[in-house]
Design a protein around this ligand. Structure first.
Ligand code: MSP
Length: 640
């Protein structure tokens, strides 16, 4: 049976559109997952969204939306982003899904029943954006959050606590005995010294807001968002349910990798293993904490002036340029900076010049000198051949070591050093000279074969990284599918091939100045504002929204979300189905027969697996939510 490998990203907060920072983690995990598959592992890749908590409740309110509608919207746009980045995830978990919530409830109640969680009272400083409590001693004199620098608030409330102190020594011992539990080493050391300062019991419930999983035995309390979120790694596998096959299969010792950013290391290196110990589940995972992508201004944020979103870059410069940059530019464990100059530079130098050009030159020469055909020679001709083959086997070894250690940027450097070596081999062997002498024909064929074979191996190494270009390389060289795999990576596996007649450039060379300016405009968030008009829309924008009267003819509770209602609405031109987050305010019976106002040209979306073709207008204040009803207008009447 194949060895298993389970890899996870953190689950993302749906507080806004995801940028290249969060996308980095997902692309990194995608690359590792693809690599492990190539190496023969039975792989499971999980990502998802962390949708509960006060922060999300507040953001939804600011956008005049119900939290569920807000998170549905961001979940859709996140899935769209992963599609654009060709992320090969196997499952996408959302913490608002019943399959997750029920597991969180069971985990909490189990820990409560065995006294690892107890009821007490909390007074402390709370940072809403980070969803974290701090004690006075952890803060400076201004009481700003040590993680994000924003102001904290004093909160006093009844709270449940998780006994961290009880597990402190066991955790330290575990880290000592499992030296590669946390990488890089510096991060491990940070964790150890944090634990050694002493772990206070952790407040794991809130009573100040609603949006979360309620403690089943005490509905006043919402389960702390980090306990909720961390549980996703096992709830998604069906832990503690009747369908726990994935859990049994993939939760294997050293077969689990959680990839996280440095800012959320503590939650994963301390709270999560302690939760597992208390649940009597083996700590089978390893943790890799990566650094951050910054811009020249510092942290990526709208207020700082620059945010980089992947989709427009992919649309303009293609997927592999973006994946390459992300994976190459962040050094192991350290931070990286996104600049337009480096982004365009990497495309021009690394991708177009070094890599693309090697393929181009090779295909052109094979056509020119041998009508596109190469076949395996039966001897070695020069010292250069020997050096090239040695370089290949050494590159493959170093690449594997780096990929296994999640040093992806280093693995890429290894491949590029082979690309340079192969380019140099062309200059050393000078095929244009050999072609002038008929007696060198065999030697010329040998050079062509070595180039194609070297490129085939480069293609295999790049498969998890440049997912489109590696395929284009195989297509242009006409490499059989069974020679594109890792078990055929040794030099000499190719017997013969017939390359395409005319090479197609993989990456066009870009005009440096024009494109740098284009990228800079794309990532700049500061706009020139005309005083007092930024909140206005013009009449043409308003006219785009088509409002029509519809009669609700059918209504039921959403099969997968009890906060949603699924209505059938007759707008005369058709009967449309609309999903709305109004189940708290209306029963299905109360809605049937009502004439309401419908946005009829809203892009259809699937909400929790059910198609929604529009939106019902509703108004709300702190107490009520009310759908807008009309009295004398009839279904199909247009509102303008
Ligand atoms: N919801 C929590 C994670 C819960 S996991 C059980 C969370 N979400 S997040 O959306 O704020 O961040 C998700 C990941 O994105 C984190 O690993 C974080 O480090 C990463 N990044 C956010 N901004 C980043 C950069 N600018 N650069 C690199 N990674 C960044 O935390």
């Amino acid at each position: 049976m194949n060895k298993t490998f389970y890899i996870t990203t953190p689950i993302y907060y749906p507080s806004g559109k995801l940028h290249i920072g969060n996308s980095y983690t997902t692309v990194l995990c995608d690359t590792i997952a693809r690599y492990k598959k190539l190496r023969g592992y039975d792989t499971w890749y999980l990502t998802g969204m962390d949708e509960h908590g006060q922060k999300i409740e507040t953001v939804a309110k600011e956008n005049n939306m119900l939290p569920i509608n807000h998170v549905d919207m961001i979940a859709e746009s996140t899935k769209e982003l992963w599609k654009n980045l060709k992320i090969s995830y196997d499952d996408f978990i959302r913490t608002t899904e019943p399959r997750h919530e029920s597991v969180v409830e069971k985990i909490f109640e189990k820990l409560l029943a065995q006294d690892d969680i107890y009821l007490g009272e909390y007074e402390g400083y709370y940072c809403i954006p980070c969803e974290s409590f701090f004690t006075e001693t952890q803060l400076d004199e201004n009481h700003t959050c040590p993680d994000c620098g924003r102001t904290t608030e004093i909160v006093k409330e009844e709270s449940y606590f998780l006994r961290l102190g009880k597990y402190q020594e066991r955790l330290l011992q575990f880290i000592e005995e499992n030296q590669d539990f946390i990488t890089p080493e510096t991060r491990k050391n940070e964790v150890i010294s944090f634990i050694k300062q002493g772990l206070n019991d952790l407040s794991v419930s809130r009573t100040s807001f609603e949006w979360g999983v309620k403690v089943p035995s005490n509905n006043k309390h919402v389960i702390y968002v980090w306990v909720d979120a961390l549980s996703n790694y096992i709830s998604a596998l069906g832990y503690n349910t009747d369908h726990d096959e994935l859990f049994n299969k993939y939760w294997q010792k050293d077969g689990v990798l959680h990839v996280v950013g440095k800012d959320i290391l503590r939650f994963h290196a301390i709270y999560w293993p302690i939760m597992l110990m208390a649940l009597d589940i083996d700590i089978n995972f390893k943790l890799y904490a990566h650094g951050w992508y910054l811009t020249k201004q510092g942290k990526m944020s709208k207020s700082m002036g620059q945010v980089v979103y992947p989709t427009p870059l992919i649309e303009k410069y293609n997927l592999d340029s973006v994946r390459y940059f992300l994976l190459k530019e962040l050094p192991y464990g350290g931070d990286g900076i996104f600049t337009p100059e480096d982004f365009i530079g990497r495309i021009n130098y690394d991708l177009a010049n070094d890599f693309g050009n090697l393929l181009n030159r090779t295909i052109s020469m094979v056509n020119k000198y041998h009508n596109g055909l190469v076949s395996k020679p039966n001897k070695t001709f020069t010292e250069y051949d020997i050096q090239l083959k040695e370089k290949i086997s050494c590159t493959v070894e170093n690449y594997k070591q780096n990929m296994d250690a999640i040093k992806i940027s280093n693995a890429i450097s290894e491949v590029w050093s082979l690309i340079s070596r192969t380019n140099k081999y062309i200059d050393e062997t000078a095929p244009w000279v050999l072609s002038k002498d008929e007696s060198c024909d065999e030697e010329l064929m040998n050079v062509m074969y070595n180039l194609v074979e070297s490129l085939r191996i480069i293609g295999i190494l790049l498969t998890p990284i440049l997912i489109e270009s590696s395929q284009k390389l195989f297509d242009q060289l006409n490499i059989d599918e069974n020679l594109q795999t890792f078990d055929k990576i040794s030099f000499g596996e190719l017997v013969k091939t017939n390359v395409i007649n005319k090479p197609v450039p993989l990456f066009p060379r870009l005009d440096k100045e024009v494109e740098e300016k284009f990228v800079l405009d794309l990532i700049s968030t500061r706009e020139t504002k005309v005083e007092n008009t930024e909140d206005y829309i013009d009449i043409e924008e308003f006219k785009k929204i088509k409002l029509v009267v519809g009669e609700i003819i059918e209504c039921k509770i959403h099969p997968n979300a009890d906060k949603l209602l699924v209505t059938k609405i007759d707008t005369k031109d058709k009967v449309r189905q609309i999903v709305s987050g109004i189940a708290k305010n209306y029963t299905p019976e109360q809605l049937i027969g009502k004439k309401v106002v419908v946005v009829s040209n809203l892009k259809p979306v699937e909400l929790r697996g059910v198609l929604s073709e529009g939106m019902i207008l509703a108004g709300k204040n702190k107490k009520n939510l009310e759908v807008l009803e009309v009295t004398t207008l009839k279904k199909g009447d247009v509102i303008s």
